[in-house]
Design a protein around this ligand. Structure first.
Ligand SMILES: Nc1ncnc2c1ncn2[C@@H]1O[C@H](COP(=O)(O)OP(=O)(O)OP(=O)(O)O)[C@@H](O)[C@H]1O
Length: 352
C-alpha cells in the first residue's frame, strides 16, 4: 500500500544541516493501523509529512499503491493527495467557518451538487458522532469534538489512507480514548489504512497493529505491537514501554517499600514476559518445585494487544545461584522471555 524506500529529508539551516529523516525503509499494508513512535525531535512529523509530500524528501521514494509520488507532476500529485487524508494535533480548523463549512471545504471543485454535498457532509458528521454541531463554530467545541470535525473533513474525499500527526496529543486521556476508538471503527468499517505518529506508547498499545520506533531520524526497531511489547530490543523502545506499563512507578514502589518485600542482595529479580498462550504463572510454580526455589510474584500484568495476550510478571527468586540459573533456563526453553533486573540498587537504597 505505502512503501518508503531510502527516504531522507535534510533541512539546511543557519546552524548547518539537520538530517531529520535518514534512510527510512518502511512498508505499510492496506487496512492496517501503523504507529510510529519517538521522542521529540526524532523526525516523526517530518516522516509522516513526507508520505503526502507536504514535505519533499531530499532523497528516496514514496510509493502509494505502486506509484512513486515523488515523480508525479504537480497536478497529478494534487489528485493523488485527495486519497490521503490528514489530521493534526491542533486540528487546523477554519475558525471563521461553521462546522458544516469546514467539512464541505475539501469538496470544492468535486462536482457535487448542493444537495449531494449536503448529504455527504451530514453523513460524515454523523459518522464521527457530531451531527448536531453543523451550525456551530470551532471555538464553540471541545478539543475532542474539534478533532472529530477534523476527521470528518479528512474523510471528505473518501481517502484510502489517513495520516494522524499527534492527533491525540492535545487531548485528555478519556477524550484520547474516544478518538482512538473512532479511528479504530473507521479503520474496520471503511477499511481505512491509518498511519499515526505519537510520543505515547499507550496510543500504540490501544489501536496499532504494527509499530516502528524512531530515533535520530532513523527507524531503530519495527514489529507487530504484541511482539515489540513482549520483547523490545532497543533501549529507547524499552523506555517507552516502561512508561506505558507504569514500570517506573513499580520500581519506585519496590525501592521505597523494599522492606515489605524483604528483598535481599543475593535474590534474583526477573521480569518474565510471554505472548500468546504460554501461561507464565503456571510455569513459575513448576520451576519453584523442580529447582527448590522460592518464587514471589511482586507484580503481574496481562494485556491483549492486537488480539494477542501479552503477560508480564516481576518474579523474585531465592535459592542457590545454580538452581536459579536452571530455573531461568527452563523458562527460556518454554518460550518465556526473562530479563534479570539489578536488585542491588534497590537493596543498596534500603540499607542506606
Ligand atoms: N522546517 C524545518 N527546518 C529546519 N529544521 C527542521 C524543520 N522541521 C523539522 N526540523 C528539525 O528536524 C528534526 C526532526 O523534527 P520533527 O518535527 O520531524 O521531529 P518529531 O519527532 O516530530 O518531534 P516533535 O514531536 O517535537 O515535533 C528536528 O531536529 C527539527 O528541529
Amino acid at each position: 500500500m505505502i512503501e518508503l524506500i531510502g527516504l531522507r529529508k535534510n533541512f539546511e539551516g543557519k546552524e548547518g544541516r539537520v538530517e531529520a529523516v535518514r534512510d527510512v525503509e518502511l512498508k505499510i499494508k492496506a487496512g492496517e493501523i501503523y504507529g510510529i513512535i519517538g521522542y521529540s525531535g526524532a523526525g516523526k512529523s517530518t516522516l509522516i509529512r513526507c508520505i503526502n509530500l507536504l514535505e519533499r524528501p531530499t532523497a528516496g521514494k514514496v510509493i502509494l499503491q505502486g506509484e512513486d509520488l515523488t515523480t508525479l507532476p504537480e497536478k497529478e500529485l494534487r489528485n493523488r493527495r485527495k486519497k490521503i487524508g490528514m489530521i493534526f494535533q491542533h486540528f487546523n480548523l477554519l475558525n471563521s467557518r461553521t462546522i458544516y463549512s469546514n467539512v464541505a471545504y475539501p469538496l470544492k471543485g468535486s462536482g457535487l451538487t448542493k444537495s449531494q454535498e449536503q448529504e455527504k457532509v451530514r453523513r460524515l458528521l454523523n459518522l464521527v458522532g457530531i451531527a448536531d454541531k453543523e451550525n456551530a463554530y470551532p471555538n464553540q467545541l471541545s478539543g475532542g469534538q474539534k478533532q472529530r470535525v477534523a476527521i470528518a473533513r479528512a474523510l471528505a474525499n473518501d481517502p484510502e489512507v489517513l495520516l494522524c500527526d499527534e492527533a491525540t496529543s492535545a487531548l485528555d486521556p478519556k477524550t484520547t480514548r474516544s478518538i482512538l476508538k473512532l479511528l479504530k471503527e473507521l479503520n474496520q468499517n471503511l477499511g481505512l489504512t491509518i498511519v499515526l505518529i505519537t510520543h505515547e506508547m499507550t496510543v500504540i498499545k490501544e489501536i496499532c497493529d504494527r509499530v516502528s520506533i524512531m530515533e535520530d531520524g532513523r527507524i531503530i526497531e519495527s514489529g507487530n505491537v504484541a511482539q515489540v511489547f513482549s520483547s523490545p530490543k532497543a533501549q529507547t523502545t524499552k523506555e517507552f514501554i516502561d512508561t506505558a506499563q507504569n514500570r517506573d512507578k513499580i520500581f519506585d514502589f519496590l525501592t521505597e517499600e523494599a522492606n515489605i518485600f524483604d528483598i535481599r542482595p543475593e535474590d534474583v529479580l526477573t521480569r518474565v514476559s510471554y505472548t500468546g498462550h504460554a501461561v507464565g504463572a503456571a510455569l513459575i510454580s513448576e520451576v519453584s518445585r523442580r529447582f527448590s526455589l522460592d518464587a514471589s510474584i511482586l507484580y503481574g500484568n496481562l494485556e491483549i494487544l492486537s488480539h494477542v495476550p501479552v503477560g508480564e510478571l516481576l518474579v523474585l527468586f531465592r535459592g542457590t545461584a545454580s538452581n536459579i540459573e536452571k530455573g531461568i533456563d527452563y523458562f527460556t526453553q518454554n518460550k518465556l522471555q526473562v530479563e534479570v533486573i539489578d536488585v542491588e540498587y534497590i537493596t543498596r537504597k534500603v540499607s542506606a
